[in-house]
Design a binder for this molecule. Structure first.
Ligand code: CDP
Ligand code: MG
Length: 136
């Protein structure tokens, strides 16, 4: 049975700044994700605070929101069979030093905070996150 899903992907400021957007989009294409929608945006800190609301009690919340709003990001809707889980696998662990070989965070991530990509962690959150960026 087919289970086509959509998930939200973000190429974070550290990767956009190093001109890795095209290379990372190629990785999605190579791994059979369809890029359904895409845009480059620069968030206000208040937008980042809303996006990362689930983390508001964490010690890293303020730095995380400052960071996500520190420069342009590329946001994409990715579509594929089991897209949410498949993208999490392609991204690898949150901390690039713990991410498996071949994953995006292993290849491109600089540190746990500058880990190059975001991906929704559930189908429900994917819907919320897609709506956050593409609610036109
Ligand atoms: O992005 P992911 O879902 O893998 O991780 P998360 O636990 O949802 O955390 C969101 C983001 O916060 C991570 O991608 C990291 O950039 C950042 N973070 C951090 O700076 N320090 C931590 N100890 C944990 C997460
Ligand atoms: Mg997360």
């Amino acid at each position: 049975m087919s289970n086509i899903e959509q998930t939200l992907s973000i190429i974070k400021p550290d990767a956009v700044e190093r001109n890795l957007s095209e290379e990372i989009k190629n990785e999605f294409n190579k791994n059979k994700f369809k890029i359904v929608k895409e845009k480059k945006v620069k968030l206000e800190k208040s937008d980042a605070e809303k996006f990362y609301q689930v983390h508001q009690s964490k010690p890293f919340y303020n730095d995380l929101c400052s960071y996500l709003s520190s420069g342009p990001i590329v946001v994409m809707i990715l579509e594929k069979e089991n897209a949410v889980l498949e993208n999490r696998k392609l991204m690898g662990a949150t901390d690039p030093s713990k991410a498996e070989k071949g994953t995006l965070r292993k290849k491109y991530g600089l540190s746990i905070d500058k880990n190059s990509v975001h991906g929704s962690d559930s189908v429900d959150n994917a819907k919320i996150e897609i709506d956050f960026f593409f609610n036109e």
